[in-house]
Write a protein that binds this ligand. Structure first.
Ligand SMILES: O=C(O)c1ccccc1N[C@@H]1O[C@H](COP(=O)(O)O)[C@@H](O)[C@H]1O
Length: 222
């Protein structure tokens, strides 16, 4: 099976084009003012059209945003997905889905097994889950911190759960992450950056190659 790859925090046409050339699958745009990856809706709307024209699904990432903020993003950017990366309740996720008619990916911060217990009320509401590490102490960012969690914790997930693995993935560890989790999707941001918020095209190449190599080796074709 081909692993879905989301490259998140895109902010330039060059990075969008490279994600499309690499057939990543998903392009993520960050709407969180404190992030070095934050993009204005005007920029994201141009990049979003470009990404969709090249066959990428687009994801708007927000954190505990109200309806007015989401309205602005959805009307300008017209994303395929909304990624809710804050403490949104199941009721809030259901409301967002109904109001905007878009697919919703709900992010959860994982450090220990009990953190996975929190997903149960969202099953059947969120279209997809995203598992990220808890932010380190003192970080202003709920995601994009380049830190990983213990991937073995995901062994207790129900088979068939639609999710993406994220947090501190790089070309050097994504093969092991896939070997342990068999995650259907992989999400990367800081692991393909030369500096916070600056995507590096060669690092994007290396990351996608590492994912495809891991798939081939799981199939026994290398
Ligand atoms: O990347 C950010 O700045 C960000 C800000 C606010 C919410 C989510 C954010 N990023 C998400 O974090 C992971 C990627 O993390 P990493 O850098 O690869 O460790 C991904 O889900 C992004 O959507």
């Amino acid at each position: 099976m081909t692993t879905l790859i989301k490259i998140c925090g895109l902010s330039t046409p060059e990075a969008v084009d490279r994600a499309a050339d690499l057939r990543a699958g998903m392009a993520g745009f960050i709407f969180f003012a404190k992030s070095p990856r934050h993009v204005a809706v005007e920029t994201a709307s141009i990049l979003g059209v470009r990404a969709q024209a090249r066959g990428l699904e687009t994801v708007a990432v927000s954190v505990d945003m109200d309806d007015a903020g989401l309205d602005e993003i959805v009307s300008h950017v017209k994303p395929g997905w909304l990624q809710l990366h804050g403490a949104e309740s199941p009721e809030r996720v259901a409301h967002v889905k109904a109001r905007f008619g878009l697919k919703v990916m709900k992010a959860f911060a994982i450090r220990e097994a009990a953190d996975l217990d929190r997903i149960a009320p969202y099953v059947g509401i969120a279209d997809r889950f995203l598992f990220d590490a808890k932010p380190p102490k003192g970080s202003d960012l709920p995601g994009g911190n380049g830190v990983s969690f213990d991937w073995r914790l995901l062994a207790r997930l129900d088979a068939g759960l639609d999710y993406m693995l994220s947090g501190g993935l790089t070309k050097d560890n994504v093969g092991e992450a896939l070997e342990i989790t068999r995650a259907p999707g992989i999400d990367v941001s800081s692991g393909v950056e030369s500096a916070p918020g600056i995507k590096d095209l060669a690092m994007m190449d290396g990351f996608v190659r590492a994912v495809r190599d891991a798939e081939a080796s799981a199939k026994g074709t290398v």
